[in-house]
Structures are given as structure tokens and as C-alpha cells.
Design a protein around this ligand. Structure first.
Ligand code: HEC
Ligand code: HEC
Length: 379
């Protein structure tokens, strides 16, 4: 994300609490939507990261950008997101309506979402589309845990083949740390930013992106995770990960040490083979939480992992994150993807590595919670 946002004021008390917990290296209680923002009525009491994911979900469901609903000035100031507009009021009523539909008709399960009706448009369509009906089918991601699929090859066989394709279990097992340098480019960024990546087996991973506005640091230490970003990029200086974000961050870290991939997820299943960009792929599904799937796509020819799709839950919808891996290169006899693109509902970014060093000692400090960025607003 690269925008010129202003900043949003975060109460002193909240900032202090966060810092004390950080000094102890623990996951602080996540900052809640109604603590961080000024005019939250419908989505109170949810962590800020989930609240922002909800905004991404709403935007994607309606095919709108943030300022279609919020005043134009909010593009330059987080505080102005608090202003109400007629559209925003309608959206708030819709949040209440959807909660009511789910409560009344679906036993409180989140079956109906904004996307159920809106399908990427401002106004839901009333008439089935003949073009859709007779046009080519959309490839859809399975966002439910598969009930059935082919029995051959088994998930175990596909995963073994992947491990072999990377260099074999034994060689992969000798990798205990990874330090890399590269470049990061967000969807709307004009320029790339320098990136550093540090990881230790089995599941610690830190990235630092040196953006023109300041560093964006994302840390997952095996249990807890945080993103620290300058005020231009985030309404709060340090955003704690919760639930699905944590599962996702853990998986991203574990996939850097794929000798243990089978332990990274549970309830492995195989889906029907399909194609991605005209390439035949095998689909394997696992889950972190037993509720939502993680879909892994392996190139049928090379056996290499080409895509991961995972989901994070929020009160109003399930949000997908897709990671596409390419450019596998040999580093000390094992294959490592040098390029990957992460796509989520309100952003997309590509990382390209330029150098990778294995098994160099990495300072534990790299996996500590990030301090507030220097240019963050503190009052
Ligand atoms: C379709 C309308 C809609 C779109 C599009 C939308 N929002 Fe919102 N936004 C809302 C509503 C409604 C609220 C108030 C929620 C509540 O009352 O709990 C809100 C509240 C907010 C707030 C809290 C402001 C405060 O201080 O109270 C922020 C920050 C925010 N949105 C950011 C975003 C961002 C960033 C995007 C783009 C990714 C976005 N919104 C897209 C409808 C929208
Ligand atoms: C049950 C179907 C349904 C669901 C679910 C639904 N909407 Fe709507 N929404 C509608 C309809 C129908 C309209 C158009 C009403 C009209 O034209 O007067 C609409 C209109 C809107 C508008 C006004 C668009 C404009 O033209 O200015 C907004 C904003 C909106 N919805 C937001 C949401 C959000 C946010 C959610 C999820 C929390 C949601 N809707 C879920 C049916 C739905």
C-alpha cells in the first residue's frame, strides 16, 4: 500500500500498554476497533487487523475503492475515515441487515455475506446473466474443506514428490536459517523497495521493507506476530496479528523450511487436478484450524509448489490470500522460489529475491516485536 494518508491518533494509554507487553516479548491484547477508531458503531470489539480486513472485504464485495464510501479526504488522512457519508450509512445498515439474516435464517452462522448479493457490484443484479450462464466457467477456489477427491496419487505422495523436487528431505533438513535480500513492489507502488528477509526453522520469519515512507516490518516469532508500518500505510503503528493471520504467518514461515511441510497442516486431502495458466496442477488441501482450508497447487510436471490459497475469517466474511511462487533457483543444492506474488482483497505485492544465504546465525532480536516506527503518531 502506498498512499499519502495522514495519521490517526492513538490514545496514550493504549500505546503504553502495547509497549509494556512488547518489552516482555508477549503478544499484547490486540487493539480493538472501537479503541483505535472514532466512529465505530457496527463493528465494535474486533481487533483492528480484522476491522481493516473487513473494509477490504466490503470493498471487494462491492467492487469499490475506499473513497467510494468514505469522503475523498480520507485518502490523505486516516482521521477522515470517521466522517459519515450516505453510502457509508447504507453500508452500516447493510452490516446490520446481514447479521440479522444470518441470525434469523441460518442459526447465527455467517452464511450470507455482502458478496452473496453484490458479487463485485454496487447494486446486486436482479436477473441471472445469460453471458455467465453460457460463457466459460470461472475457476473457483474451494473455500470449504473438501469432502471427496481422487485417491491416487495421495496427498502424501504429492508432498513427497515436492520434497524430492526441492532437493530431498535429508538436504532440506540441514537448513536451519535463511537470510535473503531482494525487492518488494506493491500493486500501486511506482518503485520497488529494498527488502530483507530473515527466517529460522521451524517457524520464525521477519521481513523488513524499506519503503520511501519508512520501514514496514512484519515479524512472526513462532507464536505471535506483528506488523509495524509508518502512518502513511497503517492507522496504528504496530498491528498485532490475530487468529487466521497468525495461522497464515506461521505457514509462510514453515514453507521456508519445507522438510516439515507435512506437519505444517493437518487433515490433508487431495482435490481434483486442474490448470493454472495452462499448466496442469495437482491440488492438495490441508487446514490449520480445522475450519477453513489451505489449498496448495503443485505443478504436475516439476512437482514444485506454485500456489497457496488460504483464508482468514472476520465477522462479515472469509477473505482469501493467494501466494504464487515462481523462479525456483538452486541454493547450495536445494531449490528456493526467488519470486512470489501475494494477492489479497485490497492489495497485491511481489517480492523478488536477489540473494539468499543459508545457515548463517541470525540474531534473536530480529524476531522480537517491532518497536513503533519513528514517524508514527504518538500523543
Ligand atoms: C461500502 C462502503 C465502505 C467501503 C468501500 C469502505 N468502508 Fe471503511 N467503513 C465503512 C463503514 C460502514 C464504517 C463504519 C463501521 C462501523 O460503524 O462499525 C467504516 C469505517 C472505517 C474506518 C474507521 C473510521 C473511524 O475512525 O471510525 C476506517 C479506518 C475505514 N473504514 C477504512 C477503510 C478503508 C482503508 C477502506 C478501503 C480498503 C474502506 N474503509 C472501504 C464502509 C466502507
Ligand atoms: C440480501 C442481499 C444483500 C446483501 C447480503 C447486502 N446487500 Fe447491499 N444492497 C442490496 C441491494 C438490493 C441494494 C440496492 C438497493 C437500492 O438500489 O436501493 C444494496 C445497496 C448497497 C449499497 C448502496 C450502493 C449505492 O448504489 O450507493 C451499499 C453501500 C451496500 N449495499 C453495502 C453492502 C454491504 C457493505 C454489505 C455487507 C455487509 C451488503 N451491502 C450486503 C442487497 C444486499
Amino acid at each position: 500500500m502506498k498512499r499519502t494518508f495522514g495519521k490517526i491518533l492513538v490514545g496514550t494509554a493504549v500505546v503504553c500498554l502495547l509497549s509494556v507487553a512488547q518489552l516482555r516479548g508477549q503478544q499484547p491484547k490486540p487493539l480493538m476497533s472501537d479503541e483505535a477508531f472514532k466512529n465505530v458503531q457496527a463493528l465494535k470489539g474486533i481487533p483492528v487487523n480484522q476491522f481493516l480486513a473487513t473494509m477490504g472485504f466490503i470493498s471487494a464485495s462491492l467492487g469499490e475503492t475506499c473513497t467510494d464510501c468514505h469522503v475523498g479526504e480520507s485518502g490523505g488522512s486516516w482521521a477522515r475515515y470517521a466522517d459519515d457519508t450516505p453510502r457509508k450509512r447504507t453500508a452500516r445498515r447493510m452490516i446490520a441487515m446481514v447479521a440479522e439474516i444470518n441470525r434469523m435464517y441460518f442459526g447465527g452462522l455467517r452464511e450470507v455475506t455482502c458478496y452473496s448479493c453484490h458479487r463485485g457490484g454496487e447494486r446486486p443484479r436482479v436477473t441471472p446473466s445469460l453471458a455467465d450462464l453460457y460463457g466459460p466457467p470461472h475457476p473457483d477456489e474451494p473455500d470449504r474443506i473438501l469432502k471427496e477427491g481422487p485417491t491416487k496419487p495421495s496427498a502424501d505422495e504429492i508432498l513427497n514428490r515436492f520434497i524430492e523436487a526441492l532437493g530431498g528431505r535429508e538436504r532440506l533438513g540441514t537448513v536451519t536459517s535463511l537470510a535473503a535480500k531482494g525487492a518488494y513492489k506493491g500493486f500501486s507502488d511506482l518503485d520497488t523497495s529494498a527488502l530483507e528477509l530473515f527466517a529460522r526453522a521451524p517457524a520464525e520469519r521477519t521481513t523488513i521493507v524499506h519503503t520511501p515512507n519508512g520501514d514496514v516490518t512484519t515479524v512472526y516469532n513462532g507464536q505471535a506476530g506483528w506488523t509495524a508500518a509508518p502512518a502513511t500505510d497503517s492507522p496504528v503503528p504496530v498491528l498485532a496479528m490475530t487468529a487466521g493471520d497468525l495461522d497464515g504467518a506461521r505457514l509462510d514461515a514453515e514453507l521456508l523450511f519445507p522438510a516439515g511441510i507435512k506437519q505444517a497442516l493437518k487433515q490433508w486431502r487431495v482435490g481434483y487436478p486442474t490448470t493454472l495458466d495452462d499448466r496442469d496442477v495437482q491440488v492438495v488441501q490441508g487446514t490449520s484450524d480445522g475450519k477453513y482450508p489451505v489449498n496448495l497447487y503443485f505443478d504436475s510436471k516439476s512437482g514444485l509448489l506454485v500456489r497457496v490459497v488460504r483464508y482468514t475469517d472476520s465477522p462479515i466474511g472469509l477473505s482469501p490470500t493467494e501466494i504464487d511462487y515462481t523462479d525456483y533457483r538452486d541454493v547450495s543444492g536445494i531449490k528456493i522460489p526467488f519470486r512470489w506474488t501475494v494477492t489479497w482483497l485490497d492489495g497485491r505485492a511481489t517480492t523478488e529475491l536477489t540473494s539468499v544465504a543459508l545457515n548463517r546465525p541470525i540474531d534473536t532480536a530480529k524476531f522480537r516485536p517491532p518497536p513503533d516506527p519513528p514517524n508514527s503518531e504518538k500523543k
